[in-house]
Design a protein around this ligand. Structure first.
Ligand SMILES: [Zn+2]
Length: 317
């Protein structure tokens, strides 16, 4: 046996000659190039280095069987999650999907998808199962509309920052002219991203599959321009992105179950605020009582003070 292992090694999976260098090893044994290549398509939650030969064998036979779905797959929709953020590709006719830009990636069937959720950070926006699509009301537009004071503060901070920077420049120049050294102070510019109502749109898909239990993606939410932060511009960008997310949700539903209904989830008022608008005791009876006392006051039977006191009592205020 030579220095590099003169004896021909066989792939423990298929028996073909194994490659010696840079090969994928399982239980310390090198695989052939073909078997090694296929392990690239293992969903990311699996690590071939930690798998047993039996597990890899199982995956490779699953992968070979999956070829039938791969050849059926007809792309009808794709969503890219920003730069390097991954991609999801759907076939709404055959109700299939895959998560790999390569056509050799694993193709999943609708029946293998348990649910999906599209959220704004952790706040759900759409939740889908084969039963129904739930559409939540986002708090983002309201939060964005209330950002006026925050935007003003940001602009003031930015103005202050510019002034400090100019002053530093001036002091530095003066020091140079006087032949003295000057150590600049460092001021950090205000970060426009602090205005963002949320950081990113997230998609989480849960699967019922031996090699893939979930897939997660995210893409950055719209932000504000640091020169002219505008709520109107933000809302326009936001609506456009939410439209894309709604389309993604609808396309996923077309794969999960094209006949499933969509339902708007009406936000529940926070506990304790439910009856805030209704004044205790302001039933029609109380109103009728007040009218009666008003007549008594008008006809001079009771005084104005007495009427006011009675009114307060009836309304419970
Ligand atoms: Zn092999």
């Amino acid at each position: 046996m030579g220095l590099f292992g003169g004896s021909k090694r066989q792939c423990p999976i298929c028996g073909n000659p194994a490659i010696k260098f840079l090969s994928t090893k399982v239980e310390g044994q090198p695989l052939c190039s073909d078997c090694g290549y296929k392990t690239v398509f293992l969903p990311s939650e699996n690590n071939v280095k930690n798998m047993s030969l039996d597990q890899v064998r199982e995956f490779l036979s699953f992968y070979d069987e999956n070829a039938a779905l791969r050849s059926t797959f007809q792309e009808s929709y794709r969503h890219k999650f920003g730069f390097l953020g991954g991609v999801i590709i759907l076939d709404t006719v055959n109700r299939l999907l895959h998560f790999n830009s390569s056509e050799e990636g694993i193709v999943y069937k609708a029946s293998e998808i348990k649910s999906f959720c599209i959220s704004e950070d952790s706040e759900p926006l759409f939740e889908g199962t084969s039963e129904e699509l739930l559409c939540y009301q986002s708090t983002v537009p309201d939060r964005a509309r209330n950002l006026g004071p925050e935007i003003n503060r940001f602009l003031m901070d930015q103005q202050q920052y510019e002034q400090m920077k100019n002053m530093e420049e001036m002091l530095k120049k003066q020091a140079e002219q006087a032949g003295k050294s000057y150590t600049s102070n460092y001021y950090s510019s205000p970060d426009v991203d602090r205005l963002k109502p949320f950081g990113s749109f997230c998609l989480k898909i849960e699967l019922d599959h031996p090699f893939c239990s979930k897939e997660e993606y995210s893409q950055g939410a719209p932000g504000f321009s640091s020169y002219t932060p505008s709520i109107t511009d933000y809302l326009r960008d936001y609506e456009e992105k939410v439209g894309e997310m709604r389309n993604l949700a609808n396309q996923l539903m077309a794969v999960l179950n094209p006949d499933a209904p969509a339902r708007e989830v009406v936000p529940q008022p926070a506990p304790g605020t439910q009856n805030a608008s209704a004044v205790p005791g302001s039933s029609t009876d109380a109103v009728a009582e007040i009218k009666r006392y008003k007549e008594l006051m008008d006809s001079g039977v009771i005084t104005e003070e007495e009427f006011a006191a009675k009114k307060r009592q009836l309304l419970g205020i």
